[in-house]
Design a protein around this ligand. Structure first.
Ligand SMILES: *Cc1c(COP(=O)(O)O)cnc(C)c1O
Length: 363
């Protein structure tokens, strides 16, 4: 096998995948053992593919202790299509959905929900540049709300909920695209959890939806077939051709997470990685974290340098050192180190080293 050099990829998404997952996929790409063809050439109606899909689901259920009354769906359209499907299925006429506005992705979710029905923005930290999350006391919830929507981790702004917002009896709907399975998750606290796969689960093109069964009663026959959650539940995510390679890769990723020791072990690793970066950011004052300390994300570490010119120089020099993708989202500027589950700790150590050296020569 030719030797390849992998750089440290800090991109926000599509993001770094676990090396053992890539290596297994590479080994079996041309012919799955015992099958004689690539997983990408396999009929989605074949027993082999059904087994791949069911094993991916079973491993996920084991990893996150997902109870039977929750359905696991493998869909397409990204988290962005869930911005529409959630209200189309769950926001019945005459009811109101509460949305917590904590960043750019929440804004997009709110925009789509408003096209469907009545939306109450229960809290927003927009005035503070989304540098923090709302406190429980700031939430203005609707009594009897259809659901409350939250963004688990704000990928662009670098904030992440450590404790869930107290929302009473309303089903909590969570966009978990950028922090799913980065730590233990109590699924029973949610009505729906959804995530685009390309940050913590696998390649882009696949969307995971975990949904409490009783909520399916709200969907109506007025919905288009593909936009109706019931279609995908009734057909085991095989109503139409699913992104088969993505499901396979997600399955390998679930196996990898289990092999690490499960979500407690994964959380410990993520705490350690993010801790090293925040410690460096806080060490002198040359670097400045953009998120309020208590709300800092373990997945997307956002920070600024004294000037935009220095930020440009930092990015250029880092890229040269094999530290790629550190430029912040175009809407907020600054720097962002995305360090999802698959991002290796050695890459964090390399970045800390680089930050010290850059400060020494430019500070
Ligand atoms: C990346 C991201 C999205 C968008 O996901 P797509 O799969 O590209 O639609 C939505 N929400 C959050 C929190 C994200 O990080």
């Amino acid at each position: 096998m030719p030797t390849v050099t992998r750089i440290f990829n800090f991109a926000a998404g599509p993001a770094v995948l676990p090396l053992p997952v890539l290596e297994e996929a590479q080994r079996d790409l041309v012919a799955l053992p015992g099958v004689g063809m690539s997983v990408m050439e396999l009929s989605h109606r074949s027993k082999t593919f059904e087994d791949i899909l069911h094993l991916a689901e079973a491993d996920m259920r084991a990893l996150a202790a997902i109870p039977e009354r929750y359905k696991v769906l493998f869909l397409q359209g990204g988290a962005s299509l869930q911005f529409s499907m959630v209200p189309m299925n769950l926001l019945a006429p005459g009811t109101t959905a509460d949305y917590i506005d904590t960043g750019s992705w929440a804004v997009k979710a709110i925009k789509e929900a408003k096209r469907v029905g009545s939306v109450n923005v229960a809290a927003s930290t927009k005035a503070e540049g989304y540098s923090r999350l709302p406190t429980p006391g700031e939430l203005k919830l609707t009594p009897g709300a259809a659901y409350v929507h939250m963004t688990g981790n704000n990928t662009i702004e670098g904030t992440e909920w450590r404790a869930l917002p107290p929302v009473g009896d309303a089903p909590l709907v969570c966009d978990a695209s950028s922090d799913i399975f980065s730590r233990p998750i109590d699924i029973t606290k949610f009505g729906v959890v959804y995530a685009g796969a390309q940050k913590n689960l696998g390649p882009s093109g696949l969307t995971l939806v975990i949904l409490r069964e009783d909520l399916l009663e709200r969907s109506t026959d007025a919905l288009h077939t593909m936009l109706d959650y019931r279609t995908h539940v009734q057909n085991d995510s095989l109503y139409n051709t699913p992104p088969t390679f993505g499901v396979y890769m997600l399955g390998l990723t679930m196996k990898w997470l289990l092999s690490l020791g499960g979500l407690e072990a994964v959380a410990e690793m993520n705490e350690r990685k993010a801790g090293k970066l925040y410690a460096e950011i806080d060490r002198t004052g040359f670097y400045r974290g953009t998120a309020k300390r208590e709300d800092r994300s373990l997945m997307n570490v956002t920070f600024r340098l004294p000037t935009e010119a220095l930020e440009g120089a930092f990015d250029t020099a880092a890229t040269k050192e094999g530290l790629d993708g550190l430029k912040g989202h175009r809407s907020v500027g600054g720097m962002r180190a995305s360090i999802y589950n698959a991002f290796p700790e050695a890459g964090v150590d390399a970045l800390v080293q680089f930050m010290r050296e850059f400060e020494r020569t430019n500070g």
